[in-house]
Write a protein that binds this ligand. Structure first.
Ligand SMILES: Cc1ncc(COP(=O)(O)O)c(C=O)c1O
Length: 392
């Protein structure tokens, strides 16, 4: 089948809410994907940071195959072992205070769950979030998102919002008060431009939340499970939230997400307060277990830190040597951004990179975002990086 045929067929049937690149992908292995014409690309997007252990990792494929032949779905009326194993693993990798897990199907649903929990735990309904934040696209997640472009078309359906500048302690302290159910933020804003929380910011938020009996929610959908060179990005500042979310890399490609909370928060909910048909689905949880085992066995968290530091060194050196092309580099682990000086160059980059056999994303208008698989071969990563820098 030719790309043009695929494009024509899709144009007839698909809701027109996405702008696609002119490529149809049919296969992936490791950090390489293959299109319908057999052309190979280095994938620096990892399916939006999802394929944390690479495309079609044999351990993950085998775990899904095995579980699919055993038990694919049941209802949440019954115990299942994959879900139990996954829940034990997630609480084990969380700070000691965070003891309770709930599995959902996507990052935005994890955020929804966290919002509902905060409402139940505090009886309050106001949320404070940050500028440029991204938390997903359901109405609950949109009610705390800090980007007008996602929110405004649905404004009539959403409650009033309190948004404070990311990283500004004084603004957050002033906004968080007796009416606030929770402050929600990403420890590193991914979609918003790879913005790292300044040192001390999370601790200051923790203090203000404690003073006002407000919950602190970290959205780790993009940053969790090794992405930033720590299992959880919150570890960089050693601050413990009341609730945090996971998604993306958790399932390595299988749609699964989760939210994790303290015993105190968990005590405020009752059977029936939350649920869903696919909650703790055995295939999804088998994927989580496989991903976590690969990450542990192959020491991919440490690797993300080491390889990410080298990537950062190269991006910073480029920005220093070419201030007219890039104004700086930022990020942690293997979530990195190069800030491009020219918005037109940035806008054209993903298509130009395609022609060079590279999938790369530009976010927040001018930030070239790197979030490859945590096990991408160094040679492949740095060769693609040099090619991209050569396009600027
Ligand atoms: C921080 C954060 N939260 C939530 C989401 C939403 O996740 P999903 O697209 O799986 O619903 C994303 C997705 O990019 C994200 O980066």
């Amino acid at each position: 089948m030719k790309l043009e045929d695929i494009q024509k067929r899709e144009a007839r049937h698909f809701l027109p809410v996405v702008n696609r690149m002119p490529v149809a992908l049919v296969e992936g292995r490791g950090s390489t994907v293959v299109d319908v014409d057999g052309r190979e690309y280095t994938d620096l997007t990892a399916g939006w940071g999802v394929c944390s252990i690479g495309h079609c990792h044999p351990t993950l494929v085998e775990a899904i195959r095995e579980q699919a032949g055993r038990l694919m779905q049941t209802t949440n009326l019954f115990y299942t072992l994959p879900q139990l194993d996954a829940a034990e693993s997630l609480t084990a990798l969380s700070p000691d205070e965070l003891t309770r897990v709930f599995f959902v199907n996507s990052g935005t649903e994890a955020v929804e769950g966290a919002i509902k929990l905060a409402h139940r735990a505090t009886g309050r309904s106001e949320f404070v979030s940050t500028t440029n934040s991204f938390h997903g696209r359901t109405l609950g997640a949109l009610s705390v998102i800090g980007q007008a472009k996602y929110r405004d078309v649905y404004r009539d359906l959403l409650p009033e919002q309190v948004v404070v500048p990311y990283g500004d302690v004084d603004a957050a302290v002033a906004a968080i008060g007796e009416r606030t159910a929770a402050m929600i933020l990403e420890p590193v804003q991914g979609e918003g431009g790879v913005n790292v929380a300044p040192e001390g910011y999370l601790a200051a938020l923790r203090k203000r939340c404690d003073e006002t009996d407000t919950l602190l929610i970290f959205d780790e959908v993009q940053t969790g499970i090794g992405r930033t060179g720590r299992m959880l990005a919150q570890e960089h500042q050693g601050v413990v939230p009341d609730v945090y979310t996971l998604g993306k890399g958790l399932g390595g490609g299988f749609p699964v997400a989760a939210f994790v909370c303290t015993e105190g928060v968990a005590e405020t909910v009752q059977p029936g307060d939350h649920g869903g048909t696919y909650i703790g689905n055995p295939l999804a949880c088998a994927s989580v277990n496989a991903v976590l085992s690969v990450i542990e066995n192959d020491k991919l968290v440490e690797r993300a830190e080491r390889v990410g530091t080298e990537l950062s060194r190269r991006l910073e050196a480029f920005a220093e040597a070419h201030p007219a092309k890039a104004t700086g580099a930022r990020g942690l682990g293997l979530l990195r951004g190069l800030v491009l000086a020219d918005a037109d160059v940035a806008a054209a980059l993903p298509k130009r990179a395609l022609a060079e056999g590279i999938l790369v994303n530009v976010t927040a208008g001018n930030v070239m975002r790197f979030f490859p698989a945590l096990n991408i071969p160094e040679e492949q990563l740095f060769e693609a990086t040099e090619t991209l820098l050569g396009l600027l």
